[in-house]
Design a protein around this ligand. Structure first.
Ligand code: PHB
Ligand code: FE
Length: 328
């Protein structure tokens, strides 16, 4: 993305804790040893710096994702694919009724450049926002170094499929992806392929369980296979999904191992709609008008299946595509 290269990030001098404050339109972001303070013309908000940095990491790495990325029940972004809304209280019933909500639209490069600068400045050297809690140090305290390696990982996005020559490589010890402590029992053999003469180089297969057992991050879907708009985005999960995702399209979940508990709320208001407990082998479709957050008691494997077509949000708005994948 060259758009971020030219962006002017508005930052103050470091405060007494060592961290700069940032201004984006009418919003300001400030951190101290424990908290992030967000201010906007009609209100203010405080968040744990741990929750904030983990959400910010995903918002940046996923290029604002599909639809809404709620950092919590107040702060978040809505992706319009080219420009992005930053909001406070916009999808919170009480803030809306009290008319305290606020949102501003920014070119993608401007908000991304500012978010990247905040992430780099506020992440200390011991903290990896993508890691499971037991696999990283503390985000708290006065500024001490940085962790650029952890916050600039490139997201795996296969063009066709992981393991195809010239595409995203498999993970291995040699490439720096050892089997995770929680997946020591996952078989590491690869499939045997017997390819018809003349088709060598056109057939590929890989062990997805082995691939996921070697993920060094949590709650970070990788695109491992692509067929037109059909994207397989599996991920390894442990503890809590750091964002509350407001879908702008239907997505399917296939629980590949262990268990995840989903809290599903109304996308607009945040009022509760369902709790879904998914065990290994369970399949669920998440509607286009919900927000959801997952809780994974132990590290688990989840396949997120997305339809990446850029037309879907408009088709849903016009009533031409459904908000649910099946009606009974
Ligand atoms: C989702 O919002 O659907 C989502 C995001 C990240 C994950 C899993 C699911 O790791
Ligand atoms: Fe989602």
């Amino acid at each position: 993305m060259s758009a971020t290269d030219t962006v002017e990030v508005q930052a103050s001098e470091p405060n007494q804790h060592g961290y700069r404050s940032y201004t984006l339109g009418g919003f300001t972001f400030e951190r101290d040893e424990h908290f992030v303070h967000v201010r906007w013309p009609t209100g203010s908000h405080v968040m744990s710096v741990e929750v904030f940095l983990k959400a910010l990491m995903r918002d940046v790495a996923w290029n604002f994702f599909y639809g809404i990325v709620n950092f919590d029940s107040v702060i978040g972004t809505m992706n319009h694919y080219g420009d992005v809304d930053l909001f406070a209280g916009r999808y919170n019933d009480a803030y809306r009724k009290a008319e305290l909500d606020h949102q501003e639209n920014f070119p993608e490069g401007q908000i991304k450049g500012t978010f990247e600068a905040i992430l780099a400045d506020w992440t200390n050297e011991s903290f990896d926002p993508f890691a499971a809690p037991q696999e990283t140090g503390s985000p708290f305290g006065v500024k001490s170094g940085g962790n650029d390696g952890a916050i600039t990982r490139t997201r795996v996005t296969a063009r066709r499929m992981v393991g195809v020559p010239g595409d995203e490589p498999l993970r291995s010890d040699e490439r720096g992806y050892p089997v995770n402590r929680m997946f020591a029992d996952v078989a590491q053999d690869e499939p045997t392929m017997e390819v018809e003469a003349g088709y060598e180089g056109e057939v590929a297969a890989f062990n997805l369980f082995s691939y996921l057992s070697r993920s060094d991050v949590t709650w970070n879907p990788s695109v491992v296979s692509v067929c037109k708009d059909s994207l397989y985005c599996p991920t390894s999960e442990e503890f809590i999904l750091p964002v509350i995702h407001g879908n702008d399209r239907v997505e399917w979940f296939v629980q590949l191992s262990d268990e995840i508990h989903w809290q599903v709320d109304d996308r607009e208001s945040g009022s509760p709609r369902a709790r879904v407990v998914m065990k290994a082998g369970d399949v669920a479709a998440m509607p286009a008008d919900i927000r959801h957050q997952g809780y994974s008691p132990k590290r688990s494997m989840l396949l997120v299946w997305e339809n990446g077509s850029p037309q879907i949000p408009d088709l849903i708005a016009q009533g031409k595509a459904p908000k649910v994948p099946v009606t009974f």
